[in-house]
Design a protein around this ligand. Structure first.
Ligand code: ATP
Length: 893
């Protein structure tokens, strides 16, 4: 040995001290025994042997020859083969070898790094076995008895390591060499001398260095205490800063409050002064009126009426009129110090009484603010009839009367408007106030920005405005569509509910020339929002929980019950929440009972699609374009039929026979043409998200198909969801449902998902909504109509006079059959849903082996064997072929 080599070895001996243990021989003995027991069990393993655990059985037959290590040995071998395949041979060999080394008093072999290398090498051996079969030796499995490997030659570990990961990433050679490298490293770890072993030395050095660097326990404790103290100091500093900030804020608030108070006092003083002046002026006018009564009284009336009902904003009026009026701001800017010398000879033009809306709330005379009170709802003169055919409509008395206006609380709009102006001015935005539109829940203040003010600047101040107005949330419309101003929508302090009754009684409902009118609510202007479902033609309702979706659906259903009989319209309701729609089960309009099982929904959609297709055939034969055309044709035909019957009575026997023959020829093709009106079908889904979780693809395509084509067939969808995420409101669904309602949502992203723009995040909840009407691009803000559970109960109870619902049993049967067929029709027509996937495996691997199916589809032996039998019955594969794979009989490509 060369001197340098000797020196090197000395160094190694000095640095490496193999660990020894007094119980080492005992350990060695135990390891050898365990290893040998498992090895014997593995060698004698036969899949048909009986084990302890039934789930491990891979064959229906049982062998009379038990395993040499008994049922325990059989199950252990099964587990080893399932997990590691051929890799288990290496594992057992390693265990026995380590045992031998311990017994013959060699160094303790099972050290940390060596153990890691051995585990990696065991996994690598499993991966190698898998790779061998996959790429080099496809018939490797066939040299063992059939089903010897429950999960392939590499077991589950080999499959995951090689087939599922390495093979795809590194390819046939790359994966093979990497695994081989680890395997050889493992062999090296087993057979090398620990004192020379590279890993041992590296580990030893690393441990020593770590030990050198590790601080003592006392040092560690000291460092910890120091850190804790530093952290506490930081927190205290932060708290101090926060407190200082709060104090500053409080001070500022106080100053602001004081300023506001002073401003109010000054305002009040000015108001008092003006009132005194006005009183004096009126007195003077009254004195003059005594002398010349007629022209004076007209003038007073003109002044009053112009105060109440000018149609142009006061700011504009002051500019457009040559003479200043008492209420115009221009006039306020130069208040008359002297009484007017002469009364006006001609009174100001009186606005038409029809156009002058009656303000609900007192309007301060000196504000110059034009408050447009919520549009007064005109009642329809001719309400709907009490009955239609056999259908008795529900009585209007079942619905709540709206609260009379005088009982409503008064909002101080002037104060809010002034606060709005002041806050904007504080942020350097000069505006002039315009009209104020008061709605039931929201009031819209219109402001005209001064020249040079960017509307975006106002739009960005929504939160600041909300804070200074102490409003729940403020939405800014910049600009108000069709107007040269910005709208600031502020929630009323005392909102009033919109009752469905006032809308059903209104002219908007009575005059709505709609096939399926639905009540949605009231716009900010107070105008009833009544839409025609046939024009929408489908509706998506989304909003967070508790925002008002269910109430909206209820008011849509209630409004339909006041408009359409079961001959005109039928419902299909889908309610995965189970409890929300149960009440409607007794409605005569129901086509089938409320569907509560999400698995049945694809079946229901399938039925609707087939009904749509049937209707199209009917329309084609009747030569009409849509349901409305068909129904009017049926009405016309009925009259014609009456006339024809009269003519028939006058015909001779021969003529009658010829007519009957012609008719029977016409009817011979077996297609059943309806002879009665076809009802519209409204399908309401209360929670789309629950359905999208069960069968997303089926539901999405079903909805898209219906939404695209069902309009002419008279089938309309109303879909509601509380999860406005892109997995639920998918691009496909959105593209097909242009009419959408968004109630309050948590974030701007949710709002964009529903409406393609923000806004729904600034709503205040409880029925406050944004609606995209059909064909429009601007959003309509509205308050949803409210209908209570008691009202719904009353209406549904009342409708029982029309008899029980006439459920279409064949529809229900078809839906139930669809569900049984394959969990909602998602799978194919085979006995086992995995057959199509099994065919894919055969197609890609070109091998028909049960164990291959087991591995690829991750299923047990019994199921894989059953699928193979189905494939045999279907003629895809040949009969069993000993231990070789079956023959593939059809060209699967
Ligand atoms: N149009 C409305 N007018 C007044 N209050 C309303 C209106 N709509 C809803 N609310 C109030 O909001 C509450 C919740 O409404 P609703 O049950 O319709 O919410 P939702 O969105 O369906 O919630 P969820 O998804 O949890 O069922 C109602 O109980 C009612 O008090």
């Amino acid at each position: 040995m060369s001197p340098s080599r000797q020196k090197k070895n000395k160094k190694v001996q000095a640095t490496f001290t193999p660990r020894t243990s007094p119980i080492r021989p005992l350990k060695g003995g135990i390891l050898i025994t365990i290893g040998l027991l498992f090895a014997v069990a593995l060698v004698d393993y036969d899949p048909t042997q009986e084990g302890i655990i039934r789930a491990f059985a891979t064959s229906t037959e049982t062998s009379s020859d038990p395993n040499l290590v008994g049922q325990f040995g059989r199950d252990s071998a099964f587990l080893l083969l399932s997990g590691l395949g051929l890799g288990s041979v290496f594992l057992l060999f390693s265990v026995i070898w380590i045992g031998v080394l311990n017994l013959v008093k060699r160094a303790h072999l099972v050290t940390g790094p060596r153990l890691v290398v051995l585990v990696l090498a065991t996994l690598a051996s499993a991966g190698l076995a898998n790779g061998l079969q996959l790429a080099w030796w496809p018939n490797l499995e066939s040299i063992f008895p059939e089903n010897f490997f429950p999960r392939g030659t590499g077991g589950l570990a080999g499959y995951w390591l090689n087939e599922a990961f390495l093979f795809e990433t590194l390819g046939q050679f790359g994966s093979f060499f990497l695994l081989l490298l680890f395997f050889l490293l493992g062999l090296g770890a087993l057979f090398s001398d620990p004192s020379r072993n590279l890993f041992e030395r590296a580990f030893q050095r690393w441990s020593e260095r770590r030990a050198d660097r590790q601080p003592t326990a006392a040092e560690r404790k000291k460092a910890r205490t120091q850190k804790r103290e530093e952290r506490a100091q930081k927190i205290a500093l932060k708290e101090e800063k926060r407190q200082a900030k709060l104090d500053r804020k409080k001070e500022k608030d106080q100053i602001r409050q004081e300023k506001a108070q002073k401003r109010e006092e000054r305002e009040a003083e000015r108001r008092q002064k003006r009132e005194a002046e006005a009183a004096a002026r009126e007195e003077r006018l009254a004195t003059r009126a005594k002398e010349d009564p007629e022209p004076e009284s007209e003038s007073v009336a003109a002044v009053d009426s112009s105060l109440l009902s000018g149609s142009i904003p006061a700011r504009r009026r002051s500019r457009s009129q040559s003479r200043p009026e008492p209420a115009a701001p221009a006039r306020r800017a130069t208040p008359p110090t002297e009484p007017e010398p002469e009364p006006e000879p001609e009174p100001a033009p009186q606005p038409k009484p029809a156009k002058a809306p009656e303000p609900k709330e007192p309007e301060p005379k000196d504000s110059g603010l034009k408050i447009v009170a919520g549009e007064k709802i005109e009642k329809a003169e001719n309400l709907f009839p009490a009955r239609k055919g056999n259908y008795q409509f529900p009585s209007l008395d079942l619905l709540q009367e709206p609260t009379p206006p005088q009982e409503r609380h008064v909002e101080n709009h002037e104060e809010t408007a002034m606060a709005l102006k002041t806050t904007l001015a504080e942020f350097g935005v000069k505006v002039e106030l315009g009209e104020v539109h008061t709605g039931p829940v929201i009031t819209r203040y219109e402001v005209y920005p001064a020249p040079g003010v960017r509307v975006e600047k106002i739009a960005n101040l929504a939160k600041n405005l909300g804070m200074s107005l102490k409003a729940q949330s403020v939405r800014i419309l910049a600009p108000v569509p069709g107007k040269g101003c910005v709208g600031v929508e502020v929630p009323n302090r005392n909102p009033s509910a919109v009752c469905i009754r006032e809308i059903i009684e209104s002219r908007s409902w009575g005059d709505a020339d709609a096939e399926i009118p639905v009540v949605l609510g009231k716009e900010v202007s107070g105008k009833p929002l009544v839409a025609d479902l046939t024009k929408m033609p489908h509706l998506l309702i989304a909003g967070s929980t508790g925002s008002g979706k269910t109430v909206c659906i209820n008011s849509v259903i209630a409004s339909l019950l006041y408009h359409s009989s079961p001959e005109d319209l039928r419902f299909i309701m889908i309610d995965p929440k189970i409890v929300e729609m149960q009440i409607y089960n007794s409605l005569p309009h129901m086509l089938i009972p409320v569907v509560t099982d999400p698995k049945k929904v694809p079946g229901a959609l399938k039925w609707l699609i087939s009904e749509m297709e049937r209707r199209y055939q009917v329309f084609a034969r009747a030569n009409v374009r849509n349901i409305a055309g068909f129904n009017s044709k049926i009405a016309k035909n009925k009259e014609e039929k009456k006339r024809a019957e009269e003519m028939e009575a006058e015909m001779s026997a021969e003529e009658r026979n010829a007519l009957l023959e012609a008719r029977s020829e016409e009817e011979d093709d077996g297609f059943e043409m309806p002879t009665e009106k076809i009802p519209y079908i409204v399908c309401i889904v209360d929670e789309l998200a629950d359905l999208m979780m069960v069968a997303p693809a089926d539901i999405e395509t079903g909805i898209a198909r219906l939404a695209q084509l069902a309009r002419a067939a008279g089938i309309h969808l109303i879909l509601a969801t509380q999860r406005p995420s892109v997995n639920v409101i998918t691009g496909v669904i959105k593209a097909n449902l242009p009419s959408r309602i968004a109630f309050k949502v948590a974030s701007k992203i949710d709002s964009r998902t529903i409406l393609d723009e923000g806004g729904a995040d600034s709503l205040i909840g409880k029925g406050d909504m944004l609606f995209i009407p059909p064909g429009a691009h601007t959003l309509v803000r509205a308050q949803g109509a409210f209908v209570s559970d008691e009202e719904i109960n009353g209406v549904v109870e009342y409708l029982k006079v029309n008899g029980p619902p006439n459920f279409l049993e064949q529809v229900q049967a078809q839906i139930d059959a669809g569900d049984e067929e394959g969990g909602g029709g998602a799978e194919g027509d085979y006995e086992d849903e995995l057959v199509p996937q099994a065919l894919d495996v055969l197609r890609s691997s070109k091998r028909a082996s049960t164990s291959m199916l087991q591995r690829r589809l991750r299923i047990g032996y019994n199921r894989a064997a059953r699928i193979m039998e189905i494939l045999e019955d279907e003629g895809y594969v040949g009969p069993e072929n000993g231990s070789s794979p079956r023959e593939i009989l059809r060209d699967l490509d």
